[in-house]
Design a protein around this ligand. Sequence first.
Ligand SMILES: Nc1ncnc2c1ncn2[C@@H]1O[C@H](COP(=O)(O)OP(=O)(O)OP(=O)(O)O)[C@@H](O)[C@H]1O
Length: 451
Amino acid sequence: MASNSASQILAITKTAPYSKPRASRFLQSRKPYLNLCCLSQKFSNDNALFCLPNSKSFLLAKELEERNSNNHSPTLREICQDHVPGNVLRRLEEVGYLVPTDVQREALPVLFSGNDCILHAQTGSGKTLTYLLLIYSQINPKKSAVQALIVVPTRELGMQITKVARMLAAARHMDPELEQKSYTVMALLDGGMLRRHKSWLKAEPPAIVVATIGSLSQLLEKQIFKPDSLRVLVVDEVDFLFKSSKQVSSLRKLLTSYSSCNNRQTVFASASILQHRRFIHDCIQQKWTKGDVVHVHVNRIMPMPACLYHRFVSEKSKKSGQASSTTVLIDFLRASYEGPLDILLLEEDMNFNSRAASLTDVRKGDGYLLVSTDIVARGIDLPETTHIYNFDLPKTAIDYLHRAGRTGRKPFSDKKYYVTNIILSEERFVLQRFENELMFHCEELIMETQG
Ligand SMILES: Nc1ncnc2c1ncn2[C@@H]1O[C@H](COP(=O)(O)OP(=O)(O)OP(=O)(O)O)[C@@H](O)[C@H]1O
């Protein structure tokens, strides 16, 4: 093992930290590829050993090594060191977040300096971790008050963000040296039990609340949830929430009447902020943010992640001229697909429990074929997804961007991911318009015809 300094770290992937004897047995057995992982990276906890025996970790390790040897950009730990509590930083490293993504590298210093921020970066670029790290830098677990609020458009996205927020806080329970009080995260989402949330908020307010605007408004109006102690307010998928006429008035009220932008840090996030100059103007004018709000715009030239490979299949007519419904498609797959993947359905018409069960099955399964509507198009992170099929073209280029962005969600992977569009010949010009607007290229896939 080409190790020559005490601060060398081995990056391997496994969430559980390995004990020293177990780790050294592990290292012995993997000598041939250890050289790849030996990093001369300075971490404050010198004994840290991050065990990640898979290819992703090699990429991470190599990336770190390259950045380090070129005296390049700092690690996530270096960026967060003086702001984020040590136990959260350790947790970050345990789960393999070592190198910052572009948006994290650009936005975190801005956020730590106290500015309001518009996080505008590609799908799958790591915006969630960016604002969660800000939140963990600001909240005090000893204080019994809601100090951070994250507003999301769907229950599914809310559950996902709650899980990541809890995962980052988890180390606190395991470390006896740290204070006993842990960060609590409440999911206040449509379809949840509001009565239970009311008692929870009254008895012992959680530090972080992740909420859909509908459920949140009910508790704000009844003054059960008082955002007086809010230090950070995040609105995720902000363009979507402002676009939806049902939610926009509640959102405006939250931003201005229930709390003042002068008393909190405000973060808006999305991969698509149309007419962003106009939006920034509105933010300041309407006092949704303070006047010095910073627009962190990553990959401004290329809104579409470069790892996505777009194709289309052109048909003369779709069967009986009908748009394919999820039921038709799922029945077809169940009748004709003989492969090993689980076939799952997720759509608005299902009840909340079945929706949650579908996502749990997808996440725990060995492979899946998920048939879904636009309900998963915003923010849902299923990093193992390699192919997206659009059976109907989305209405707008922005919708296309978000649907396509459900794949290609491994920040340091060099793999290609596929988005295939099944279109009618007369829809080619619509797809062409999306290509021009989002600056990507879509290639025709010629199907071999039988007989
Ligand atoms: N620094 C990092 N290193 C490795 N993986 C990361 C890092 N930051 C985020 N990720 C992973 O990248 C994936 C995408 O992150 P995230 O869900 O935050 O994307 P997003 O920018 O919010 O996308 P969208 O616009 O689609 O909501 C997640 O699986 C997350 O675990």
